[in-house]
Write a protein that binds this ligand. Structure first.
Ligand code: PLP
Length: 420
């Protein structure tokens, strides 16, 4: 009988056997500088000793206590502790396992609470791969093709993306005004406010190419949400827990959500996600309609508690801001030497904190996925693990653990310079 192998679409040939801090190690003991952090998950670094100890201890006490049957200690304590970092007013939490599940929980809550059927999502957004989450996802066609029909009732409006709208002569202010006026048009012609339960938006488009939103845009969403009784869901799955140099991505833009969706950095690699909303809103979820067998797993909650301790005690949010500034300075220096029109032209460097993207463009200024892919492979060969994103995979992104040091950022930048 031939050996079975898992179904993989693996971006690098690396077989990781161990992780520590910002490094992964393969079977031969070769170290890789991991600027992917498991797609923004292991923010405290691989196998942070505090997280390992907390998970180990919890495993010996209680692994699973299903929350529709019994409350368990780590879940209760985590809920209390998250109150320290959530915006005031979002005083009720619900836990599941993945970003997509949490997105769906937020969507279900919004529809049940308002009695309205439709959602407005934004072009370039990524909210997950489960059916409803994929229906709200447009960052690349591969995420929503070949298995339709998708969930009905999703309307799309533009996300203000200054780099891509620059070709139409628009600056950030103009593109934001355009995006909001298009949203008004969508509410007038596609989904009437009385049929619209929620807007769902990322503070920084993640899979869509590391495009930050801006204050005028998020204020515009809030104002329209208030005017029409629509809920504002902010998807912080990739941007939460200090990733952008503030605790929440929307903190940069005075976002003011009705519902926050969080996952990834929440538990340092254990599967855990949550939605947070005001108690009165959460109470409108139909009993029994939310949840899942493994949601709020006790070991994952214990790991999340240790994660919060590490983020606070090691001042990782500040580190993300400072190391992010260092990373962006280095990336912009490299970009300046690779102008559009030449070999491996770089059109834009953008992101926030330790979410940094470099967009490659052809001589004509079109997205250049082929060069991004070549650079990604060249970096992996040199021991620097990266990711790509964007509609055509034309953006190479860096999302390292938040524990990264100044020397490690410099090391990564040196490998980057050799790879582009
Ligand atoms: N929302 C955002 C903003 C994400 O970046 C992701 C994953 O990358 C998701 C939702 C889906 O999360 P998961 O892959 O855990 O289902």
């Amino acid at each position: 009988m031939s050996a079975l192998s898992p179904v993989l679409q693996q971006a690098t040939p690396v077989l990781a056997v161990r992780g520590e801090g910002v490094h992964l190690y393969d079977e031969s003991g070769r170290a890789y500088l991991d600027f992917t952090a498991g797609i923004g998950v292991t923010s405290t670094g691989h196998c942070h000793p505090r997280v390992v100890a907390a998970a180990r201890e919890q495993t010996g006490k209680l692994i699973h206590g299903q929350y529709t049957t019994v409350m368990h200690q780590p879940l209760r304590t985590l809920s209390e502790r998250l109150g320290e970092v959530l915006p005031s007013g979002l005083d009720s939490l619900f836990f599941v396992n993945s970003g997509s599940e949490a997105v769906e929980a937020a969507m279900r809550l919004a529809k049940q609470a308002t009695g309205r059927p439709n959602i407005v999502a934004f072009h370039g957004g990524f909210h997950g791969r489960t059916m409803a989450a994929a229906s709200m996802t447009t960052s690349a066609t591969k995420f929503r093709s070949g298995y339709g029909p998708l969930m009905p009732g999703v309307a799309l409006a533009p996300f203000p993306d200054p780099f891509h709208y620059a070709r139409y002569g628009m600056d950030e202010e103009t593109v934001t005004r355009f995006a909001l006026s298009e949203l008004d048009r969508v509410l007038a012609t596609v989904t009437a406010p009385r049929d619209t339960a929620a807007f769902i938006v990322e503070p920084v488009l993640g899979e869509g190419g590391y495009v930050p939103a801006n204050t005028a845009f998020l204020r515009g969403l809030r104002e329209r949400a208030d005017r029409h009784g629509i809920l504002l869901i902010i998807d912080e799955v990739q941007t939460g827990f200090g990733r952008t140099g503030r605790f929440w991505g929307h903190d940069h833009f005075a976002g003011d959500p009705d519902i926050i969706v969080t996952a990834k950095g929440l538990a340092s690699g254990f599967p855990l996600s949550a939605i947070a909303a005001p108690r009165e809103l959460m109470a409108k979820a139909w009993p029994g309609s939310q949840g899942g067998t493994y949601g709020g797993n006790a070991v994952a909650c214990a790991a999340a508690l240790a994660t919060l301790d590490v983020i606070q005690e090691e001042k990782l949010v500040r580190n993300a801001a400072e190391r992010g500034a260092q990373l962006f300075a280095g990336l912009r220096e490299v970009a300046a030497a690779r102008p559009v029109g030449g070999q491996g032209g770089i059109g834009d460097v953008r992101g926030l904190g330790l979410m940094a993207g470099t967009e490659f463009v052809t001589a004509d200024g079109e997205p250049d996925g082929a060069t991004a892919s070549r650079v990604h492979a060249a970096a992996a060969e040199r021991g620097l693990l990266l990711l790509t994103c964007g509609t055509q995979g034309q953006v190479v992104r860096m999302i390292p653990p938040l524990v990264i040091t100044a020397d490690q950022v410099d090391e990564g930048l040196a490998l980057w310079k050799e790879s582009v």
